[in-house]
Design a protein around this ligand. Structure first.
Ligand code: NIG
Ligand code: FE
Length: 409
């Protein structure tokens, strides 16, 4: 909509502004505008406030009937939604008591998805990403980070990242690509050259020249890459101007130290982080990204979110949507459940999937409803924002708006 449009009235409007990036948040701190309205123009927010006070001769009104709570479109800051095939077998293996390594040896795990993703065409991958993005959008997610990492060769990683770029042009959701070529050591790699050297020397320049990704991720873990192995890789990435993010402390610690040392934007997972890692992260500018979908998928501990917040850390929450450890892909459900187990306030849960998640992607134009921000927002059919987390994802959005346009699909 190019002309100015006033949308509302909303029973409650939650702009998620005026809150700090780091530390614990109480619900008394949450700004709530009763009978609120938003003026949008050209995909951006012009004004926000009380609906009646925003009325003028210049604005066209888009009236919202019935009760509604409106808040920023959710940001899912960690996913692997570019993949082919299923890992249903892993679920059965896990529940029969097999360990992560035993499942990998039995033909499951990440390598299984690599095999299936390599067989898929770029077109198939685009189709899968677009379909999964739509289901996220219907749940109120308007920005999704998407990782590669099931290609594990220069050509196959390029195929995945091109698919993500193409999918971005075919979906209303904004997709933020991340190169996760360092997801695990490819089982078929010939030993004459170092895998990470080839990726850094050949793939990194391609990411720049084709504008495929400006973020580099790595799985720092005993079963993937050690801190020592990953340091020269991250060093090269930093020198080339990439943002860094890390899969850290999922099964063993070590990754969060690397993340902080390299000034990573985020350290994700952190299920095994101890007091030492919690303090380290809290005193850094690295955002701690909790992935409750992986805890639910694997039957593992949750990220110590309460402790991270109480230590003064910045906590975002993402779905980790992937075919292995987190096939559910429902951010609001998972964030609400993390809230239950980790005793988070509603404000901490909502901050974790709005402005704190946007910060985990270094995006300053979303996650908050304020003038000049992207006009991305989600409405729920209730008069009380507490109902949203209370229903643990069962209350679905009544409307989702992306860049000032209502989405119907
Ligand atoms: O974030 N931890 C490593 N990578 C993914 C899992 C990917 C998979 O199992 O396919 C994660 O949980
Ligand atoms: Fe992940």
């Amino acid at each position: 909509m190019d002309r100015q449009t006033l949308i509302g009235p909303f029973t409650q409007l939650l702009p998620m502004t005026g809150l700090p990036l780091k530390g614990a948040l109480k619900d008394e701190q949450l700004p709530v505008i009763e009978n609120g309205g938003i003026v949008v123009s050209k995909g951006k927010i012009l004004k926000i406030g009380v609906f009646e006070e925003l009325k003028s001769d210049e604005v066209h009104i888009y009236r919202i009937e019935g009760e509604s709570v409106c808040l920023p479109g959710f940001v899912d800051s960690h996913t692997h939604i570019c993949f082919a095939g299923s890992r249903a077998r892993d679920y059965a293996f896990r529940n029969a008591g097999k360990t992560y390594l035993e499942i990998a040896k039995a033909g499951g795990g990440i390598w299984d998805t690599v095999t299936q993703t390599r067989k898929a065409s770029q077109k198939d991958l685009v189709h899968g990403i677009v379909a999964r993005s739509k289901s996220h959008l219907n749940n109120g997610v308007t920005t999704i980070e998407v990782k590669s990492g099931y290609g594990l060769s220069v050509d196959e990683e390029v195929k995945m990242l091109r698919a993500i770029k193409l999918a971005n042009s075919k979906t209303k959701v904004d997709l933020v690509p991340t190169c996760l070529a360092a997801h695990m050591k490819p089982k078929d790699w010939s030993k004459d050259k170092e895998y990470l050297d080839v990726i850094a020397n050949i793939l990194f320049p391609l990411l720049k020249s084709e504008n495929l990704a400006h973020r580099i991720d790595a799985f720092v873990e005993e079963s993937a890459f050690s801190p020592q192995e990953i340091k020269p890789y991250f060093q090269k990435a930093k020198e080339m101007g990439f943002d860094i993010t890390v899969h850290a402390d999922q099964f063993t610690t070590g990754g969060s130290q690397v993340a902080v040392d390299f000034g990573a934007i985020s350290a994700d997972h952190l299920e095994t982080s101890t007091e030492k890692e919690i303090q380290l992260l809290a005193q850094s500018n690295t955002i701690a990204n909790a992935l409750p979908g992986a805890s639910l998928g694997l039957g593992c501990a949750y990220t110590p979110a309460r402790k991270i917040l109480d230590a003064g850390g910045a906590l975002s929450i993402a779905s980790d949507h992937n075919p292995g450890s987190a096939p559910m892909g429902d951010l609001l459900t998972q964030a609400s459940i993390l809230g239950t187990f980790e005793k988070l306030s509603n404000t901490e849960v909502l901050a974790g999937i709005t402005f704190r998640a946007a910060a985990a992607l270094r995006l300053s134009d979303r996650g908050k409803l304020e003038p000049r921000a992207m006009a991305d927002f989600v409405m729920f059919p209730t008069d009380n924002y507490q109902e949203i987390t209370y229903h643990q994802g069962q209350m679905k959005p009544s409307q989702v708006w992306k860049q000032g346009e209502p989405i119907f699909q």
